[in-house]
Design a protein around this ligand. Sequence first.
Ligand SMILES: O=c1ccn([C@@H]2O[C@H](COP(=O)(O)O)[C@@H](O)[C@H]2O)c(=O)[nH]1
Length: 236
Amino acid sequence: MQTANDPKIIVALDFPSQNPALELVDKLDPAKCRLKVGKELFTRSGPQLVEGLQKRGFDVFLDLKFHDIPNTTSAAVAAAADLGVWMVNVHASGGEKMMTACRERLEAFGTGRPLLIAVTVLTSMNADDLAGIGIIDSPETQVSRLATLTKNCGLDGVVCSAQEAPKLKAEQGADFKLITPGIRPLTADKGDQQRIMTPTDALKAGSDYLVIGRPITQANDPLAALEAIHSEVIEL
Ligand SMILES: O=c1ccn([C@@H]2O[C@H](COP(=O)(O)O)[C@@H](O)[C@H]2O)c(=O)[nH]1
């Protein structure tokens, strides 16, 4: 399922409908980036759009962050596997039984199965936000705890911020994949993201894949914004 050259940039297609999404996608090169379809676009345009992106040669990360009981969530990741996506995710806070059920369900798909990863602590959250939901640990500690649980359940990696990447690589090993949103080139708006890092620093910190949305999709020239990031990180 991985393309040979393993592009590190995943463009988050956070568009309200498929037309503006495809307008951008049709200018992109699958050798330089992968694509992420999230809740808004999938709710509007669904599996057909995902199939259309894959027909254009792109690997698709289906970012629906499933969080439900084991039976429901494992059926949902199997549906994602049927769709042929490259990567799918669940929330690690769904717990051990839920993540294990998802991993076991995907085993039936053999080597062609999607990568299964788990969201730790959303990159929009800081320590105060965690305190607001009753977690008194720092984001870094909570991310480490959920990453250990995720690895013990046999998943392929986690969504975290690049700020936690050095600690997670040391704790979980090089093969455990770190997918990092909250990527912001120096001149980009932070928006609602709290735990951010530049593309270059994120890769140096140990991120395996950079999820980048608004710094590309909301740029005056999205293609130029992507090219600038791509040429920055291709050197590493
Ligand atoms: O912790 C998380 C998990 C997922 N995301 C998603 O990544 C992109 C980031 O978009 P930007 O516009 O670059 O902020 C977006 O689709 C989120 O749903 C995340 O940001 N943090």
